[in-house]
Design a protein around this ligand. Structure first.
Ligand code: CO
Length: 223
């Protein structure tokens, strides 16, 4: 497809939305009030709005390689602060996906280039859970497990940012979630780490981790 075709498609898309909801764009121009902040992977197969059927204006989005949340990443922190402090989103959702190339590169110590330094953060996750991960069969099962573990760890990181901690301290309602997306069937799965208060963070993490590990008992894979 050439670039002209992208413009043609763009006009058709905008016309379609205006036909269904007259005045859609002029209203949206005045104000955005999304309820959700999506922190996902840059992978082209995981388009945030489309997966959950949301229109422009309904979800604030930050994406990077392997949906990593680093405490010194000004880009991600700025997005989070704007979404939480100004737009007052109610839910922050970290969304990983199975078959993530960034996670695979981390697992297999692949040399990609500058991204190696970014993926180091996922290797930290791998190393943290190394004993358990390497008890699983090598291949897709172990990779899927690291994709899920990465979601839990990055959700934990979101909860520990000053942005979320400050919001909770002033009584603002913000719930942090971790989901994982299946490229093979287009389905989202809730990792069941939903945190709404700083006090419930450690327990929510521990329970979600224990649930995750139960799903990966190697013998259970055959049932
Ligand atoms: Co990915």
């Amino acid at each position: 497809m050439n670039l002209d075709q992208l413009f043609t498609r763009n006009r058709a898309w905008a016309r379609d939305i205006e036909q269904r909801t007259p005045g859609f764009f002029s209203r949206l121009q005045q104000q955005q009030s999304p309820q959700y902040l999506w922190i996902g992977c840059s992978d082209s197969r995981v388009p945030a709005n489309e997966i959950v059927g949301l229109l422009p204006g309904e979800m604030f989005v930050h994406r990077n390689v392997a949906n990593v949340v680093v405490h010194s990443d000004l880009n991600c922190l700025s997005v989070m602060q704007f979404a939480i402090d100004s737009l007052k989103v109610r839910h922050v959702i970290v969304v990983g996906h199975y078959g993530c190339s960034g996670v695979r590169a981390a697992m297999e110590n692949l040399h990609i280039g500058i991204a190696d330094n970014w993926i180091r953060h996922v290797q930290d996750v791998r190393n943290e859970h190394r004993g358990w991960l390497y008890s699983l069969p090598e291949g897709s099962m172990r990779l899927n497990a690291l994709c899920e573990l990465n979601v839990l760890e990055q959700s934990l990181n979101v909860c520990q940012t000053t942005v979320v901690q400050d919001a909770w301290a002033r009584g603002q309602e913000v719930v942090v979630h971790g989901w994982v997306y299946g490229l093979h069937d287009g389905h989202l799965k809730d990792m069941r780490i939903s945190v709404a208060h700083p006090e419930s963070l450690q327990l929510a993490y521990a329970e979600a981790l224990s649930e995750l590990k139960k799903r990966y008992v190697p013998s259970a894979e055959t049932k």
